[in-house]
Design a protein around this ligand. Sequence first.
Ligand SMILES: *Cc1c(COP(=O)(O)O)cnc(C)c1O
Length: 434
Amino acid sequence: MKLYSTNNPNSFVDLKEAVLKGLPDDNGLFMPTSIPTLPDGFISDIKQRTLPEIAFEVCKNLFDGYIVEADLSTIVENAINFPAPLVPLSKDINVLELFHGPSMAFKDFGARFMGQLMGYFNKGESQELNILVATSGDTGGAVAAGFLDAPGINVTILYPSGKVSDIQEKQLTTLGKNITALEIDGTFDDCQRMVKQAFLDKDLCSQMRLASANSINIARLIPQTFYYFEAYKQLEDHTLPIVFSIPSGNFGNLTAGVFAHKMGLPVQQFLAATNINDIIPKYLDTGIYSPKSSTETISNAMDVGDPSNYKRLVDIFKQEGSTWNNMKELLTGYSYTDEATIEGIKEVYSKYGYVIDPHAAIGYLALQKYLKSHEANGIILETAHYAKFKPTMDKALDFEAPVPERLAALSDKEKIAHSMSNSFDEFKTFLLAK
Ligand SMILES: *Cc1c(COP(=O)(O)O)cnc(C)c1O
């Protein structure tokens, strides 16, 4: 398997280099040179496969012999060890629950797979590997859990002070061991900028081995394709066109869906559902991409003002003709305010008796709107368990939705984080002192 940079289609790296580096030197993003269609019969026989078996087949096809099958099978089985059930709400609305992993968010898929893959590639190295990750909420907890105790690997997590929920903060600040949390006085975009700058810094790169764990790492994206197939498998009715509604921030999840589509998954449309940080819906509307600083909302994992995977989407859709037109054929954008989000949570509960989190509530609103003018079978990605956003849930519902034991236990644990300004120099000094 070979990968290139979106900024330079003529320089190639192998999977190991792409995973360990995270970002190419030219500030682009890694993309596989080919995303091959899965073999005939894979889709028609999919009901006979378990989720880890689907994951194995997808990787085998994409990696093309790069990792021997026995090792690949171990990586997949260790990483994908929790289910992704599809819950029907009505005849054309389904919820794909992606929160059954350790941190109760979809990012567990990416983080665990990347942890396994990096551990595999790092075997036999003498110098420690330092993972840097910026989080707007859920990435931190997932990466912390996915890399805890990984031999030879240290993880540093940057999160915006006061902008993640209490539970999210506990998930990334209470594990200790090889996991360090930095509480940044700034926004998620500041955190992301600091991490990006670290990878371009000559002093840091010459003195330590750095790797990224954000959704920009291709190892995060690949496992996110698995559950699109898993969702398809669980659908009862395959006669209507299939639509995925994807609550989006950095657009890793949606990009993974487009990968699955390229591999042969029959999908009619992907709904790019955002909060008022509506850079991609605006782009789909106007053809103009205008990033800006992010605005805080109650669906805070999607508060992104310059979605990093936009570059990958452009790269995929630029193949022939107008990028914008090609993208509009497969993607439709929707955005919603916090008030609408709260109404969405209320409506899903009153109509279907299902407690949906604020992010997927936006996915629900987008799907509802789409279904008003299209006949389709819709799947909403439920990206995190609602209990991670308790204050919002309490505001939306007139009862207290139960908190799973695993999350409730976190409140007794002690937070350990280093406070830091949003200056890159301070971050650099901290890293060099380690
Ligand atoms: C990260 C996250 C998102 C956004 O996913 P992207 O792949 O960055 O678009 C949506 N919902 C929740 C709960 C998340 O944690």
